[in-house]
Design a protein around this ligand. Structure first.
Ligand code: NAP
Length: 254
């Protein structure tokens, strides 16, 4: 489904990252991968993962740094001659903002969460546009969560950042549709990852979903990978500006 396509995936931390599940689904479908990670702390992990998929490129990139994003795009262009798919799988909020009352969110905590988790979608998209243009269009996918639309205990400022991210998906879809670029979100159910562990009471969210979701189970990272493959491929060619829930149906329940 992605033969001869290039996919740039932001946000791999380790083998539990949703970004890695997505990258694996893409590579099994024939895509060439470009992965990014943040900082030396993650480098060894991510390089080891990249080595399992021949031809995969790997770059350090903090999405709050425009020079680093520009370097990722320049390297991708030089090595791959354009881009077909971009995945934004990045989020961050201070641990103290992911517990207690939303009303106690600090100005700085709000700024950081929104800059890293929401504005960064715009920041990584803009310099990628000339690369998409070389391929005559493409697909952008951002990872989001139900906390954008409903109140999830302790998700707090991250819910507000995800709401901004989902609105960004729609505004970007309107801007970029005429260039043949689609922009969609995947709202994933809870999955135990490094980022998820930072949310206070995450274990009880998993238990609640298993009990209440129509399908009576939690999702796996590969479910997200398969949904991303659909949104990356031509099978979803007339879908843009959408948020696709991959959550065993949990979001429909009152
Ligand atoms: P993850 O493996 O911890 O991925 C989050 C990634 O964001 C990490 O690679 C992290 O790097 C990166 N990141 C944070 N700040 C960054 C920055 N300034 N520059 C570049 N990268 C940065 O956890 P995940 O659960 O797979 O999260 C991926 C996405 O899925 C996030 O958008 C998350 O909100 C979303 N999501 C997750 C769930 C879930 O239950 N797991 C559900 C719905 C949506 P470092 O580790 O180096 O900081």
């Amino acid at each position: 489904m992605l033969k001869d396509k290039t996919a740039l995936v932001y946000g791999v931390a380790n083998d539990r990252s949703l970004a890695w599940a997505i990258a694996q689904a893409f590579s099994q479908a024939g895509a060439r991968l470009v992965l990014t990670y943040q900082g030396e702390r993650m480098e060894r992990n991510v390089r080891a993962l990249a080595e399992t998929v021949p031809g995969t490129l790997c770059y350090d990139c903090d999405v709050t740094n425009d020079d680093e994003i520009a370097a990722v795009c320049a390297n991708t262009d030089r090595e791959c001659g354009g881009l077909d798919v971009l995945v934004h799988s990045v989020a961050f909020a201070r641990k103290e903002e992911l517990a207690g009352r939303y009303v106690d969110t600090s100005r700085d905590g709000f700024r950081i969460a929104n800059e890293v988790s929401a504005y960064s979608l715009v920041a990584v998209t803009r310099p990628a546009l000339p690369l998409f243009e070389k391929r005559g269009g493409g697909s952008i996918i951002a990872l989001t969560y139900l906390g954008a639309q409903r109140v999830v205990p302790n998700y707090n400022v991250m819910g507000v950042a995800k709401a901004a991210l989902e609105a960004s998906v729609r505004y970007l879809a309107a801007d970029l549709g005429p260039l043949g670029i689609r922009v969609n979100g995947i709202s994933a159910g809870p999955v135990k990852t490094l980022a998820a562990r930072g949310i206070s009471g995450f274990g009880s969210i998993l238990a609640h979903v298993e009990e209440r979701a129509p399908l009576r189970r939690n999702i796996s990272d590969s479910d997200v990978g398969q949904a991303a493959l659909f949104l990356a491929s031509d099978m979803s060619r007339n879908i843009t500006g959408e948020v696709l829930f991959v959550d065993a149906g949990f979001h429909i329940m009152a």
